[in-house]
Design a protein around this ligand. Sequence first.
Ligand code: ZN
Length: 138
Amino acid sequence: MKAELQEQLLSHFPWARPISGRESLWSKYGFSIGDGWYDLIENLFSEIEVVYRVKGREVDLEIVQIKERFGVLKVYFYGGLDELYELAHKYEELSLSVCYDCGGQGQHRRIGFWWITMCDNCEDNRIASANRKLNGRE
Ligand SMILES: [Zn+2]
């Protein structure tokens, strides 16, 4: 995800910032997902805040990793409330219909050996760009 989008998310949700001074997958790689999934994270983090607000508590989870695996959004964290694991699962399911690149309506599909969730347009762009690279024109 673009650096400015990552920064935007972290400024909206300061509790998600990596713990300073501690090396982790999260501090090292940040949001290892496409720009199209920005809204999924924004919505997931908002829902997490609601869960805590209802209980009158501060958000106390630690993010371990946020990435794409076989075309599915994966959010791993440590600690926090039990409900959060259900929420993370809900957003995994939702990611199966959101385009990884543009955020439009996507479909879980395979490109070559890769599973990815994309719309037809973005898939065409990916394939065209991969072909240009193969032909040494990029
Ligand atoms: Zn798309």
